[in-house]
Design a protein around this ligand. Sequence first.
Ligand code: BTN
Length: 250
Amino acid sequence: MHNYTKIGKVLHHFLIVHSTNDVAKDMLSKTKPSSGSVILADFQSNGRGQRTNSWESDKGANILTSIILNHQIQSDHFFYLNKIVCIAIVEMLNKIIPNECIEIKWPNDILVNKKKICGILIENTIMNNIIQHSIIGIGININQEIFVNKDAISIFQITNSKFEINTALEYLFESLNNWYQNLLSYKYKLIDSVYINLLYGYHNEFNYQIENELFKGSIESIENDGSINIRNSNTDRISQFYFKQIKFIL
Ligand code: BTN
């Protein structure tokens, strides 16, 4: 039986850090932070993204957070953490912007009207094939007015009004607590079906790129290890891809 984890009960708020994920990592190595502890920052001087990218965020404008989870999850179930975090964020955004098209771009970007509103960076500590600690890094664009990155979007840019970050955080923690409990109660089928139905390109044609070649295809399914099966529209053949092997063209 897992210890009861309440995400958001313990908050550590910083004005400026290098990266909230790094603060979480530091805490895990020095103290014993309780599961569900949250690190929040107004600004990151070295916000980290996927694929060695950086994460752009104006001071005080957005959600920049890392959540520490202590648990015991089989390492071959690691992708379920990605899934529940994505689902929780879509649920939270649906409360704030219910009339927009909110989708998950595999593996774990959240898109609104085909632009990226949120990035997720999950870092796990694994021992003997068991994930013992996870750091769930989440950046959600709330009130930023302008981005250098043309593919980014914020809630402000959609609604033209500022949204209270604390309220957005409350929604986020509520949804995360709910979906994390679903994961700890092994509700894999539920998680699979909600995730796949939110997926951009699921049974719908979209463009993708492998090396320098462009293709049209649609997502058929996701494997347990997080890899994706795509049906090529020209050849009708299904191929399996891992993260970094394929690029989605929006
Ligand atoms: C991505 O590239 O899509 C992932 C971006 C993750 C950004 C968040 S912001 C809070 C946390 N701290 C970091 O340094 N990165 C994550």
